[in-house]
Structure formats: structure tokens, C-alpha cells
Design a protein around this ligand. Structure first.
Ligand code: NAD
Length: 427
């Protein structure tokens, strides 16, 4: 913990994920002998906005109040960057923790951003398209002074997608009086979105599979993969893994999962979900629950749905030799220790899923320059950045004799600390 900060000072952000994220930071800050003044500054977000706002249901008679958040963890590296999630249980502490993780993630892959995150506490599955649009536009209007191409650039996260980004971009552009594509990333390509952004997180993660498998002592040809979550991250991870010659033996979403030892037909499953909104009723394998999916016999596990799914209760039973975190914060600290002791290689979220923010960065650069790159250029640069980050984190892990999560944090925190020390304190 920082030199002067009392535990009480953290009460605004109180949530299990924030507690975990800060104690992880404290541990690594201690380990690397981080300057105490810098450590104290980095434990808390620089700016946090909480808004409440009304939205009208389709039937016109009901107006509901919603909570919205936007947290900017670090303003020293450039504009801030991070997703917006629509979820029924999102809260300030969770968003603050995710904003901090975004800071490290951007620093690990070397992007000129600090971390941010946003959210609206609403269940997106209960909203009609018109309701979702009203929620998005009003939330954007409430935080409009805090976002912008040089301030803070949102992106999709759980429960939000290209369409939501298009509505944010349109609302912002209406307010400032000109079209401003660079205010969000993950937009449809017709509005200045980047090709290959949609697939970037899953594809980026799978681009690390050969190197990670080698590190875990696994053969890559025909390697078995289980993926929890079949949304933006999970489905494109499944597709990329399949295309790379892996055997995707199970997938799941909120409705449960399917297991097929011969390999899931990923394209068919994607078609099913596009038509029916979930995997429910999909007959491409045996039904399994989301708890079971994590414990299946597989070489690689990619938790790519939501946070806190691998805990001390199930970590001892996980059979995978390699875990790649597509989701943010899927593994608790206690589970991390158990997996480490058992010799399971874990590629942490801040490295494994950094492909999304990397291609978001490409999108922002393209929008600012009004010059668009080809898919081959984007995929090539994504692979190069991911693979360089992996090698650098691995070399920190080797030199510090530590695990990949600690090594990734050391690398990210060191870059941020160097920048902050060089800038000094104002005034
Ligand atoms: P999404 O909304 O597109 O998909 C989420 C998927 O997880 C869906 O298939 C949903 O049914 C499933 N799911 C939700 N809750 C579940 C539960 N309790 N158990 C099992 N499955 C559940 O979201 P996404 O964009 O794919 O994000 C997934 C995770 O990846 C989140 O943690 C997000 O923060 C992280 N992430 C996303 C990106 C990105 O570019 N979209 C980038 C980095 C990290």
C-alpha cells in the first residue's frame, strides 16, 4: 500500500474486483520497488464520473432511472481508452478496476493511452433496439464533456457492439457540430471503423497460441481448446483457433455450452447464434453447464465471457495446461496461486486480450488521418505488436523468475512510472 493512503480512502471504489486489482498492484509495486509516491497515485483513478439519467420504455408510460459510470484511471500517457459495458450488476468499483487494468494493458503493448472504462447498470438483453438506442444516447450526453478524440475514446465491451458505438459517435458529432469518427473505436466500417476490429481481440489472443503452447510444452498441431463465452471475443477466438489448426472441443455462452470431442463446427455455431441470439438448442455436441465447461479435458482453456469464473473452488480441478484469458479478470488471486502451484501456464488478460485495444488504436490513428489501411496491414501489425509484447513479458518472467501475470504487470507499471517520473508534479 502507498505511503500515505489509508484503506478508508478506497471506500468509493469498494468492490471485490477493485480490491483484487489493487492488492495485485500493491504486491507487484512492492516486488519491483516502485517509488512510493508513484505507487500511491496509481492505486486510485484520476477521474471518475457517476451519472444517473432517465430513459423511457417503449410503452411510453414508464420512465426508469439508470446509473452510468466512466472512470479514467491515468491521464498522463495521452487520451484515455477503454470499453463501455452494459450489464445488470456493473458498479463504480468494477469499472474503476477495469480502468486500471486498461492502463497496464495499453502500456504493455506500448500504446499512447491511459486506461479508462465505462458502464451502464442495465441488462442489455431486456432492452429493445429503440430502448438501447435511447439509453446509449442519453448516457453519451451525460458524459459528453469528458470524452473526445484527444480526451477519452470509448470502445465496445460486454453488452455493447458496433451499433452502440455508432450511436455514441452520432450523439457526440451532433453536439460538437461536425462528424467526429475518432471519438469511439469499434464502429461499423461505414463510419470510419477499422476492418478487422471486430475479430481483433480473439484473433490477437490466438496469434499467441503457438508461442504460449511451446512455453507450456504442448504440441500446437490439433491442440484442444475450450472457450467460455461466444460473444465478440469468444466467437472470433474460436474461429481463429479453428483456422490455425486447433480443435475447438467446447464453447459456451450465458445459456450453457456444448462439448464435441471431434471438434465443434465453429462457423455453424456462429450461424446458429446469429439466428437464435444464443447457443440454446444448438445440437452440435453434448450440452454442458458453464461450470463444467471450465473443467473439461482440454489442453487449452480460454475463459472469454466474464470476470471471476476461475476461483479457489474450481482452480484445483481445471485440467487445461494452458489458460489464456480472453475476458477481463476471469481468475481470482487465490485461483491464480493455485494454478501457479499446479504448473498451469496462464497468459493474463492484460496481455492475452490486448489485441482489441491495439486494433482500436489503429482505428483511432486511421480516423485522425482519414487514411485507411488494408486488412493485411492491420493483421500484420497486430501480430507483430502482440508477439513483441509476449516476448518482452516472457523475458521479464524469466529474469524475475516469476509468472506471466506478475511479469506483465511489472512491464506495464514500469512504463507508466517512468513516464510519470519524467513529467513531474504540477504545480
Ligand atoms: P459480449 O457481450 O460480446 O459476449 C459475452 C459472451 O459471454 C456472450 O456469449 C455471453 O452469452 C457470455 N456470457 C455472459 N455472461 C456469462 C456467464 N456468466 N457465463 C457464461 N457466459 C457468459 O462481450 P465481449 O466483448 O466478448 O467481452 C467478453 C469479455 O472480454 C469481457 O470480460 C470483456 O471485458 C473482455 N474483453 C473484450 C474485448 C473486446 O474487444 N470486445 C477486449 C478485451 C477484453
Amino acid at each position: 500500500m502507498g505511503q500515505h493512503m489509508l484503506e478508508d480512502d478506497l471506500r468509493e471504489w469498494e468492490s471485490p474486483l477493485y480490491r483484487e486489482t489493487v492488492s495485485q498492484f500493491d504486491r507487484v509495486a512492492d516486488l519491483m520497488g516502485l517509488d512510493a509516491n508513484i505507487a500511491e497515485r496509481l492505486r486510485v483513478p484520476q477521474r471518475a464520473i457517476v451519472v444517473t439519467f432517465p430513459y423511457r420504455h417503449d410503452d411510453y408510460s414508464e420512465v426508469e432511472s439508470l446509473f452510468g459510470y466512466r472512470v479514467q484511471h491515468l491521464l498522463s500517457m495521452g487520451p484515455t481508452k477503454g470499453g463501455i459495458r452494459f450489464a445488470p450488476d456493473v458498479n463504480l468499483g468494477e469499472v474503476a478496476a477495469l480502468a486500471m487494468l486498461m492502463t497496464w494493458k495499453c502500456a504493455i503493448v506500448g500504446l499512447p493511452f491511459g486506461g479508462a472504462k465505462g458502464g451502464v447498470r442495465v441488462d442489455p438483453l431486456t432492452l429493445t433496439r429503440a430502448e438501447k438506442q435511447r439509453v446509449t444516447r442519453r448516457y453519451t450526453a451525460e458524459i459528453i464533456n469528458f470524452i473526445g478524440p484527444n480526451k477519452d475514446i470509448p470502445a465496445p465491451d460486454m453488452g455493447t457492439d458496433e451499433q452502440v458505438m455508432a450511436w455514441i459517435m452520432d450523439t457526440y458529432s451532433q453536439q460538437v457540430g461536425h462528424t467526429e469518427p475518432a471519438v469511439v473505436t469499434g464502429k461499423p466500417p461505414a463510419l470510419g471503423g477499422s476492418v478487422a476490429r471486430r475479430e481483433a481481440t480473439g484473433r490477437g489472443m490466438v496469434s499467441l497460441l503457438p508461442a504460449a503452447a511451446r512455453q507450456a510444452g504442448l504440441e500446437t498441431d490439433g491442440i484442444t481448446v475450450v472457450i467460455q463465452g461466444f460473444g465478440n471475443v469468444g466467437r472470433y477466438a474460436a474461429l481463429a483457433a479453428h483456422q490455425a489448426g486447433a480443435r475447438v472441443v467446447a464453447i459456451s455462452d450465458i445459456s450453457g455450452g456444448v462439448y464435441n470431442g471431434k471438434g465443434i463446427d465453429v462457423t455453424e455455431a456462429m450461424g446458429w447464434v446469429d439466428l437464435h441470439r444464443s447457443l440454446e438448442g444448438y445440437a452440435g455436441g453434448d450440452r454442458v453447464t458453464n461450470e463444467e465447461v471450465l473443467l473439461l479435458d482440454t489442453e487449452v482453456l480460454m475463459p472469454s465471457a466474464t470476470g471471476g469464473v476461475i476461483t479457489e473452488r474450481n482452480a484445483g480441478e481445471i485440467r487445461a495446461k494452458l489458460i489464456m484469458e480472453g475476458a477481463n479478470g476471469p481468475t481470482t488471486l487465490a485461483a491464480d496461486r493455485i494454478l501457479n502451484d499446479r504448473g498451469v501456464l496462464l497468459i493474463p488478460d492484460i496481455l492475452a486480450n490486448a489485441g482489441g485495444v491495439t486494433v482500436s488504436y489503429f482505428e483511432w490513428v486511421q480516423d485522425l488521418q482519414n487514411y485507411f489501411w488494408s486488412e493485411a496491414e492491420i493483421v500484420g501489425r497486430l501480430r507483430e505488436i502482440m508477439s513483441r509484447a509476449f516476448d518482452e513479458v516472457l523475458s521479464v518472467a524469466v529474469s524475475h523468475k516469476t509468472d506471466m501475470r506478475t511479469a506483465a504487470l511489472i512491464k506495464g507499471i514500469r512504463r507508466v512510472a517512468d513516464a510519470k517520473l519524467a513529467r513531474g508534479v504540477f504545480p
